[in-house]
Design a protein around this ligand. Structure first.
Ligand code: GDP
Ligand code: MG
Length: 446
């Protein structure tokens, strides 16, 4: 999985002074896999990786960053730039600088979400921009499609221009345009028929519509779940129509959003909106940086980079986990290693936050500050022991306890208390499944 792959690479990069051909290669291989996993089309991935490589090798690693962080930053920046382009901040603006009505033509395959998006757009333009909106359906092949548009239009309180099956799409659109002019509509949104696949007749029909009505906006609506297939569809529509923008729908699904990069790459047109639900308020402005993070699974990656920087040794955690799992004896060396890991991970308090509910309950309402102070003292006590004592705590009899206490500058009772706590921990370790422990040590993301 992506998180594990990135963890490996971040780790190999840690401690190196600058990005080299060799270590970027490893990291970039993981980024490449992450993009493919996000369903970005292969040729797009190749080109992107080449670009990042070029930028990364030219880049100085500033001292506050690890090379891994520097490279992740380049990847994130480039991806954001590519899917955002020069449209940053104004991608979602529609062109109304025309003699009214401004016509918006919707294009895309059947099921892409065109009709739904017409409803969403009408709602947005009416409510946010106080536009008077008329909608019309040129989907003359399916009576249900016309009814569907009528329904959503009424739901959002916009006006609907009735059309009938059997009429020609161009005639319908021109009649609607005429009506819109007479009734002073600011915007006319033209819904169209889509086929299940790319189809020459469909392309000719929509091209003819475009020529007849000269829309201010021609929006290509595409289903984010299409993944790699989005490339071919986008190419076909882009070759046929002078698209002005893209609407990426169904991002509320579990797709990684790789289609965003593919479609941007193929069309070069801005992604203006994203559909995030079946309901008519499920339309959002497009944010390239968020999309870049989604595609890369960046939440995971950034967490890993941070973790690596804090010096949490995932390998050590895993070794300990395996040892416990195999029934190996948990000794004071392990106990101490664990205490120091906890410290690196931000102390007990932050560790507790990451633990599953059952552990948190087990810990009760213990005072974390107090517990942390105690942790430090325990580490001190263990440091005063010989290696033999650490691996065989049974050896520690009264005389040894006095020596250890003196070495650590504490009372003998405290050594006793520490040993009792260690025994308790050992008992808990026996009950813990190795996997849970590994997760706990890694900082639990979920
Ligand atoms: P059209 O054939 O292009 O007009 O597509 P429709 O607008 O009829 O949408 C097809 C299906 O996708 C319908 O069931 C919609 O409810 C659904 N849909 C459209 N947009 C979204 C979206 O952003 N999220 C989700 N979850 N479903 C959507
Ligand atoms: Mg439709």
């Amino acid at each position: 999985n992506l998180t594990q792959r990135m963890a490996r690479v971040v780790k190999t990069l840690r401690g190196e002074a600058r990005l080299t051909e060799a270590n970027t290669q490893d990291m970039l291989r993981e980024v490449r896999l992450a993009l493919l996993e996000a369903d970005v089309a292969l040729p797009v991935v190749r080109e992107f990786i080449a670009k990042v490589k070029e930028k990364a090798l030219g880049e100085e690693v500033i001292s506050s960053l690890t090379p891994g962080q520097a490279l992740v930053a380049v990847v994130q920046r480039e991806l954001t730039a590519i899917i955002g382009g020069d449209y940053e901040g104004k991608a979602s603006e529609l062109n109304f600088a025309v003699t009214p009505p401004a016509i918006i033509l919707m294009a895309g395959l059947q099921g892409a979400g065109k009709t739904t998006t017409v409803g969403k757009l009408a709602k947005l333009l009416r409510e946010k921009q106080k536009k008077k909106v008329l909608t019309v359906s040129c989907d003359v092949y399916r009576p249900a499609a016309i009814q569907q548009l009528k329904t959503v239009t009424e739901q959002v309180g916009a006006d609907f221009f009735a059309s009938e099956p059997g009429q020609k799409p161009v005639d319908i659109a021109l009649a609607a345009l005429d009506w819109a002019k007479k009734h002073y509509h600011d915007v006319l949104i033209v819904d169209t028929a889509g086929r299940l696949g790319i189809d020459e007749a469909m392309m000719q029909e929509i091209a003819a519509l475009h020529t007849a009505i000269k829309p201010a906006e021609t929006l290509f609506v595409v289903d984010a779940m299409l993944g790699q297939d989005a490339v071919n569809t986008a190419k076909a529509f882009n070759d046929t129509l002078p698209l002005t923008g893209v609407v990426l729908t169904k991002l509320d699904g579990d797709s990684r959003g790789g289609a965003a990069l593919s479609v941007r790459h193929v069309t070069g047109k801005p992604i203006k909106f994203v559909g995030v639900g079946e309901k008519l308020d499920g339309l959002e402005v497009f944010y390239p940086d968020r999309m870049a993070n989604r595609i890369l699974g960046m939440g995971d990656i950034l967490a890993l980079v941070e973790e690596a920087q804090r010096g949490v040794d995932v390998d050590a955690a895993q070794k300990l986990a395996n040892k416990v799992k195999k029934g190996g004896d948990f000794d004071l060396n392990d106990f101490r290693a664990q205490l120091s890991q906890m410290k690196k991970m931000g102390g007990l308090g932050s560790l507790m936050d990451k633990l599953p509910a059952q552990f948190q309950q087990a810990a009760g309402n213990a005072d974390m500050n107090q517990a942390e102070k105690q942790m430090r003292r325990m580490e001190g006590i263990i440091s005063s022991m010989t290696l033999a004592e650490r691996s065989k705590p049974e050896l520690i009899k009264a005389s040894r306890k006095r020596r250890i206490a003196a070495g650590a500058g504490v009372q003998v009772q405290e050594v006793n208390r520490m040993l009792a706590q260690f025994e308790q921990m050992r008992g808990m370790m026996k009950k813990l499944k190795g996997g849970n422990l590994a997760k706990m040590m890694r900082g639990m993301k979920g």
